[in-house]
Design a binder for this molecule. Sequence first.
Ligand SMILES: Nc1nc2c(ncn2[C@@H]2O[C@H](COP(=O)(O)OP(=O)(O)OP(=O)(O)O)[C@@H](O)[C@H]2O)c(=O)[nH]1
Ligand SMILES: [Mg+2]
Length: 356
Amino acid sequence: MGFSCGFLGLPNVGKSTLFNALSAAGAEVEGYPFCTTEAQVGTVKVPDEQLEGLAELFPEKEKINTEIEFYDLAGLVEGAHHGEGLGNKFLSEIRGVDALIHVVRCFENSDVPFGEATRDPVKNLETIKSELLLKDLETIENRLDSLEQEEEQLKDLYEKLKEDLEKGIPIRDHELSPRENRDLKSISPLTAKPLLYVVNVSEDSPRECIEAVKKRARKNEAEVMEINAEIEAEVRELGLNKEEREEYLEEWGLEETALDRLIRAGYDLLNLVTFYTTDGPEVRAWTVPEGSTALDAAGKIHSDFAESFIYAEVVSIDELLSHGDIKGARQDGILNRRGEDYEIQNGDVVHFVSSK
Ligand SMILES: Nc1nc2c(ncn2[C@@H]2O[C@H](COP(=O)(O)OP(=O)(O)OP(=O)(O)O)[C@@H](O)[C@H]2O)c(=O)[nH]1
Ligand SMILES: [Mg+2]
């Protein structure tokens, strides 16, 4: 899998509409709050032109894209961290995701009441932010209670995090050592996850609303993206082919689908790179964090692979595609032999040689 992300936000902001537009998993969409009560998960293949090109070199093999998982969550309200609304259950459901996508409403639709949301998008953003902070505070306090005497160093870390959470500073703002990150992973705090704001807009969205979200995003160091969820859902429902879709989007002044934009944002947010394998019956794309070594990449495929790693043969996909076939590429010596510490580059095609 590439990565997973969860849509969170107040009720009725268009989370399920966006989820459907991206994954076509068919979540319920209604103009009343708390329409979504159970988290739903949808999976989409990451479109990848380079993989398409690579697959053409191996027509007999099955092509496997990496995938992204989207979680459509129930709306959050003030007090959710101690169970208000559909609160706590939902918060535990987002623990497992890699990134958070906070959806905020700027669309105009007189049929859809604001309900818990106000017309002030910044206030809405802050409501959700403080629920996440409070939930983390609770988690950290529990963790502090369970730490043993000898874990002095960790105690200091958690005290510091607690102090900052109380001041409204999310965990992602801290520079943490690998050891600290490892320990934190066990409690997967919500404010440590990378965050993207999606402003759900309509053609008649007040410009001030969008600008206010952007300004707050800068302050909160979150990435921000405007999406018209309704149009994206329409594009999906119409079942257009690539060209028709592009034409349709162009009419709305858009160059690409929200899915394409979100995927790129997700890869940037999480610093991910893609590598490819062509061994066995598959031509396949894989995703690993930037800085991963050849050994990490082997382990991603199979733990056996990492244990019996000897070396990796690597060629950039551009070079391989321009060469046109792997046998010739090998004969011409453009495959490079790399050791386990080699840092995987975006677009590497890797053949692992192992002792098994
Ligand atoms: N005009 C317009 N209406 C939208 C847009 N996005 C969502 N809506 C409408 O807003 C209502 C709520 O949308 P949902 O997608 O169910 O919202 P939600 O955030 O999942 O709501 P909960 O599950 O209740 O938290 C529906 O009636 C949608 O049709 C949009 O971009 N433009
Ligand atoms: Mg919903």
